[in-house]
Write a protein that binds this ligand. Structure first.
Ligand code: NDP
Length: 472
């Protein structure tokens, strides 16, 4: 089906089109417009024109619009899940979970829209500050550019569009080239619920072409980006004084202390490693198990992994499918080979069946092998033995990334030490790093980026604090 760009509330033909292929079947599923510079500039102009309307919209109306978006997605949830399964190759049960989270995200955005307040300040605490009433307010920034990745095409868009609109901004959304269809669905819903024309614009096409315009156009006041560190760092370098939020990758780790309940811990770790074939920014990539529990942990982990079923993402029983692109499968395989040559053992997987990379478990992986120190973003996990939790914490921190980390332990002191010493944006005690609910503050340190999402926190990133001082 031929799709159109969504600019200023209208569906607009692209100047050129590309075929979109389903990652799993390789079939053509749509013709997607490739926006050129002119189209992106039109989208920015439409967003700028709508900025005054959005700024004036009372909080209760912004909240009502966001709630209506949530309800429309709920009404079309199975259609949305099937779109995600098709364009992203995400197993349908996982896609349904994403849709359910997306509904939550817009509902949280609607609630937070009503809570954007400031504070009163005692200026008389400073000599010369007497006789004044001072307070802060949060104002919208204006046009926000949202650039999103392929792996959660509906919910990660919601994490940008939701807070941006809640704060009274307008948005130009550039979804990942592989996953434009769910963004078009959102545009359809936005028009249907009566979002002012131009408040949300969707431009699809080349990341570098569209990104260049969005990042350099002075009418765009903020860039909120989720994606790979390479692109994020480039955006940051070119964005000048624009606000920038970067949600980037990681090689997330979990620590397994002795005495934990393997029946509970292992299935959770397998889920964290292989859900959506590991194409999740907080996927479990590194597991450090203390020597007392290492052997039984590995054995149970392999048994649990063996239960996973690969196949068509639209089939109910499927746990994993093809990765997003055959090139990505090749890259992951090459990294596995490299680790193997350097002494790692491949306990399962490490091979391709059809278009699917099988869930792969490695042990004895050197810390500087790419499967350990870079982001695999595929169905590959390493389990290494450590002498102590202290050693495990050192290993976890020996990374250029720091999004989230997890530790399973029965010892309160060990848990508190880990919470203090792990250098990441979020520490999960007795859970995997792959835990996220949508209102919690979420973001990384080091090359995992900066700024926080989670509605309340994203609203802070996407609004300006203004001080008012009133002399009596
Ligand atoms: P990419 O960085 O390849 O792409 C992300 C977005 O950036 C896409 O829309 C892409 O467009 C666009 N883009 C590409 N080049 C440029 C450019 N020069 N300027 C501006 N925009 C550009 O990431 P993926 O889609 O492959 O997503 C995977 C990555 O996302 C992983 O590293 C993962 O860890 C990270 N991620 C981080 C999350 C977090 O919250 N921290 C959550 C989810 C994913 P196009 O598709 O057209 O190339």
């Amino acid at each position: 089906m031929k799709r159109k760009l969504f600019i200023g509330g209208e569906w607009v033909e692209g100047s050129s089109y590309r075929e979109l292929y389903a990652p799993h079947s390789g079939e053509v599923i749509a013709q997607v417009p490739h926006a050129d510079r002119t189209a992106v500039e039109q989208a920015i102009a439409a967003a700028e024109a709508a900025a005054a309307t959005m700024r004036r919209l009372p909080a209760h109306q912004r909240a009502a619009l966001l709630a209506a978006i949530a309800e429309q997605i709920a009404a079309r949830s199975e259609e949305a899940a099937r779109l995600i399964a098709l364009e992203a190759g995400k197993p349908i049960r996982t896609a349904r979970a994403e849709v359910a989270r997306t509904i939550q995200t817009y509902r949280f955005a609607a609630e937070e829209a009503k809570r954007i307040g400031g504070e009163t300040l005692p200026l008389d605490a400073a000599p010369g500050g007497e006789g004044r009433v001072a307070y802060t307010v949060r104002e919208p920034l204006g046009v926000v550019a949202a650039i999103t990745p392929f792996n959660f095409p509906l919910n990660l868009v919601a994490h940008k569009v939701g807070p941006a609109l809640a704060a009274g901004n307008t948005v130009v959304l550039k979804p990942a080239s592989q996953t434009p269809l769910s963004a078009f669905l959102l545009a359809e819903i936005a028009a249907q619920v009566g979002l002012p024309a131009g408040a949300l614009n969707v431009v699809t096409g080349s990341g570098s072409v569209i990104g260049e315009v969005l990042v350099t156009d002075p009418r765009v006041k903020a860039i909120t980006f989720t994606g790979s560190p390479q692109v994020g760092i480039e955006i940051r370098h070119r964005a000048g004084l624009k606000r920038v939020t970067l949600e980037l990758g990681s090689n997330s780790a979990v620590i397994i202390d002795r005495d934990v309940n393997l029946a509970e811990v292992v299935p959770r770790c397998v889920f964290g490693a292989f859900s959506y074939s590991g194409q999740v920014c907080i996927s479990v990539q590194r597991i450090y198990a203390v020597s007392e529990i290492y052997e039984p942990f590995v054995e149970a982990f392999l048994a649990e992994t063996g239960k996973l079923r690969g196949g068509d993402p639209l089939a109910e029983e499927t746990d994993y499918a093809a990765m997003i692109h055959p090139q990505e499968t090749e890259r992951a395989l090459e990294w596995i080979r490299e680790a193997e040559q350097r002494g790692a053992r491949v306990l399962c997987g490490g091979a391709v069946e059809g278009r699917m990379l099988l869930p792969t478990v490695l042990t004895d992986v050197p810390a500087d092998a790419r499967v350990s120190c870079q982001e695999v973003f595929g169905p590959v996990v390493l389990i290494n033995k450590v002498d102590s939790v202290a050693e495990a914490i050192r290993q976890v921190n020996n990374s250029s990334y720091g999004l989230q980390a997890g530790i399973y332990t029965t010892q309160i002191a060990t848990a508190l030490d880990a919470a203090e010493q792990l250098h990441v944006g979020g520490v999960m005690i007795n859970d995997i790093p792959t835990f996220r609910v949508d209102h919690m503050p979420y973001g990384g340190v080091k090359q995992s980026g900066f700024g926080r999402e989670g509605l309340k926190y994203a609203i802070e990133e996407l609004s300006e604090l203004k001080l008012v001082v009133f002399k009596r």
